[in-house]
Design a protein around this ligand. Structure first.
Ligand code: PEP
Length: 248
């Protein structure tokens, strides 16, 4: 069965609530599509207005983070039940910015993946190597370690429903995209890793995105690769270009 492409925007820490609503209005007609899933992953404070703004459209809403507990004395955190109750369907877990700036390690991210599934959210699990790791030739070893650690205790059926985003750190926000061959090679490697941990049916079902300076000019070639099932898009998701990426 062919995998349905999924194009997700990662707004990061951009867009005040009123700017978010204005962006939804600007993109509304541009991101219309019957053939791909479209997701806006937005800052927590934008979730409620964005869910309202995209009502009746093909756009689904994702969060950029969640906490591992359902409630309690965790000042400043947002729980999975809060996200679900607000209309969120997806959640980004393990973005390299969270791994780097907030020191989130794989054991913690594994708890987040479990919590997302427990609440009924679909994780978009990010992985990716640094430029140094790529130059040392350990890209696939590193990514296999991330995937294996982050998926401890996750069932095959859960993996079939989730999304994995391959995002080489050196390509994020740098304007430097991985070549189509580099992106496909790693996405294929991730699928092989899933087949080893689980089975071929699970590997065939999981959707694997590429992320890292995706834009209107390179999306079509990247998304045409057999193991790339769409993209996680940062900078270009905040402008009209996102419509061109969705309709690549
Ligand atoms: C991202 O933040 O996940 C990302 C890929 O950013 P950009 O598209 O700006 O490189």
């Amino acid at each position: 069965m062919a995998r349905r492409k999924i194009i997700a925007g990662n707004w990061k820490m951009n867009m005040t609530p009123s700017q978010a609503v204005a962006l939804c209005a600007e993109l509304k007609d541009l991101v219309k599509s019957d053939s791909v899933d479209v997701v806006y992953c937005v800052p927590a404070i934008d979730i409620v207005p964005v869910v309202e703004a995209v009502k009746g459209t093909n756009v689904q809403v994702g969060a950029e983070n969640l906490y591992i507990e359902d409630k309690g004395a965790y000042t400043g955190e947002i729980s999975a039940p809060m996200l679900v109750d607000s209309g969120v369907k997806f959640v980004i877990i393990g973005h390299s910015e969270r791994r780097e700036y907030f020191k989130e390690d794989d054991a913690f991210l594994n708890k987040k993946v479990k919590k997302a599934f427990e609440a009924g959210l679909i994780p978009i699990l990010c992985c990716g190597e640094t430029l140094e790791q790529r130059e040392m030739g350990v890209t696939m070893d590193w990514i296999r370690l991330q995937i294996k650690s982050d998926l401890v205790g996750i069932t095959a059926d859960q993996v079939k429903s989730m999304v994995i985003a391959y995002e080489p750190i050196w390509a994020i926000g740098t304007g430097k995209t991985a070549t189509t061959e580099q992106a496909e090679e790693v996405c294929k490697g991730i699928r092989e890793c899933i087949a080893e941990i689980y089975d071929q049916a699970t590997a065939d079902a999981v959707r694997i995105q590429y992320g890292g300076s995706v834009n209107a000019g390179n999306a079509a070639e990247l998304f045409a690769q057999p193991d790339i099932d769409g993209g996680l898009v940062g900078g270009a998701s905040l402008k009209a270009d996102f419509g061109k990426i969705v309709n690549y």
